[in-house]
Design a protein. Structure first.
Length: 279
């Protein structure tokens, strides 16, 4: 599978299997097992998804060497701060049944639990994460849902620049200024909800392009984000879709098709302001 290099030269597969809204237990276990059997080598979860135990068991039972799988999890919103992050990270390692994770992210920059002192809380979390990185407990550290102002605040005390920013990206919502800023700092951008949580699949423009390239609407959406230079994290529990979402490397979108998608309006609703998130 094609990969990008993070700024510490760790390779991250450009297609990851997203597990948001996949229930812990049989659904998460079987979906992750099938994704791995199909060829995915990048699995994305989070403490907030409450499925780390099943994700970890699926990885263990797959028989695939742990070193071949890029595993991401994220800090829960209730656990910002140095000591809180240390405890939360070790709990995630235990739930996942692994000795390390490949990428650990601060999930949201300004959650309700630490909204009154979010800059200090993030600084403490990042210090703990830098220590995990230096100790080899995590191969890369990054952020999610951070805007420029949150990144600037973090960099005031950070010793290591985040390697990744995982944000909401799809045709119609490319957050171009934020992406450019992240890239200027050497960060890889990861696209969550690259299908617009399914809303893009009924777009006449995307369906027209799908017909032109003889691919599904989902594959057009995902290929678009790959060509924009993002890592993508599609999520599905349907075996045929899980497999299809991986089949993106034997076609390309041409310049006119990319331009049309660049100019497409956002039909999936605005991206949430992290400073107003109700969690």
């Amino acid at each position: 599978m094609n990969s990008l290099l993070l700024n510490n030269q760790v390779a991250i597969p450009v297609i990851g299997y997203g597990t948001w809204q996949i229930a812990d237990g049989r659904e998460a276990y079987e979906s992750v097992r099938y994704a791995l059997e199909t060829g995915y080598r990048h699995i994305d979860t989070a403490a907030a998804y409450r499925n780390e135990i099943s994700v970890g068991k699926a990885i263990h039972d797959s028989g695939i060497a742990r070193s071949e799988i890029f595993l991401t999890t994220k800090l829960h919103n209730d656990d910002h701060g140095y000591e809180e992050t240390r405890k939360a990270f070790l709990a995630s390692l235990s739930d996942l049944g692994t000795e390390y994770v490949d990428l650990y992210l601060i999930h949201w920059p300004n959650p309700i639990a630490s909204r009154e002192n979010w800059k200090v809380a993030n600084s403490g979390s990042w210090k703990a994460m830098e220590e995990f990185y230096e100790q080899g407990l995590v191969r890369a550290i990054g952020i999610s849902n951070f805007c420029e102002r949150h990144i600037d605040a973090l960099l005031e005390t950070a010793g290591i620049t985040p390697m990744v920013n995982q944000i909401r990206l799809f045709a119609g919502e490319q957050q171009s200024s934020l992406v450019a800023y992240c890239h200027s700092l050497g960060m890889v951008t990861e696209a969550y909800s690259p299908l617009g949580t399914g809303a893009l699949l009924t777009s006449p423009l995307i369906q027209e392009i799908a017909s032109e390239v003889k691919r599904s609407a989902a594959q057009v959406c995902l290929r678009y984000n790959l060509q924009k230079g993002h890592v993508i994290l599609p999520k599905s529990v349907t075996p045929s879709s899980i497999k299809q979402n991986l089949e993106l490397f034997d076609f390309t979108l041409n310049e006119n098709q990319m331009k049309s998608l660049d100019e497409m309006p956002n039909i999936c609703g605005p991206t949430r302001n992290p400073d107003e998130a109700p969690f």
